[in-house]
Design a protein around this ligand. Sequence first.
Ligand SMILES: [Zn+2]
Length: 293
Amino acid sequence: MFEDINIAPALKNRLKSALDASRLSHALILEGSDEQTRINTAKAIAMHLLCKGDSKPCTVCSSCTKVRNASHPDLHILTKDEKSSMIKVDTVRDIKAKATVLPNDGDKSVFIICEAQLMNVQAQNALLKIFEEPSRHVSFILTCPSKSSLLETITSRATAYTLGEETGTFSDELSERAAQTAQELLVCFIDESELQFIKQTAVFRKDKQFFLLTLQAALPIIRDALVLASGGRVLMSDAEEAAKKLKNALTQKKLLELIEVTGKLIENTENAANHNLSITRLSAVFYSIKQKG
Ligand SMILES: [Zn+2]
């Protein structure tokens, strides 16, 4: 399970050795990276904590299987209220009730609170009460983009791990690299075959964040092509050559379609456990638009 998570190997080892030595705090905060990476890491830790095998997480015992199928009676995954987009105090009170009873299956109950920054202050204060009376059989894992969005009274009672740079606050260098890659990819799309394009997308296989960043950088270039096509001059991207190529090769209708499918791909990729499907989809949808009559 740890193998599939997109976090630095050094951090993986740190987490694993803390887990192996049972040194992990009863309250963890996983911050940074993207939402999916945070939740995947939380689940991997839960699997380790609940595993009944010898080499944890064995991934094959009944506990590990139940964690994978999200059916473990001692693993509680909490997310925001569907209607309100907040984690409310009632949800936290429910945690408190569950945390006071002994685990069903083993010797631990694990609570994952996804996107804990969505807890309102009332809910965070209720959680604090639980943290103040820690029980040996209960572990908490909170995920959030940045622990700075939680009350200090919460963060001071938990151990935080930063999984990577928070999505959306990438370093300038990475943004620049993504902008450059987006240009090259779009030029390749116009000039080369689908096979060549697929080869170029191999760089994204192991890096979902970079893939997302590149897709985001491609959008203003395609929009610029549309601007040029309608006789406009003010460009949003720094990639006039790529925009010109797109404009010369594709109709305005096709450019609009490209913008639409790119937006959808970004949305799907953000929520996808496996972004490699999105990479395959990128070349398929782009080339189907290009080849349409
Ligand atoms: Zn196991």
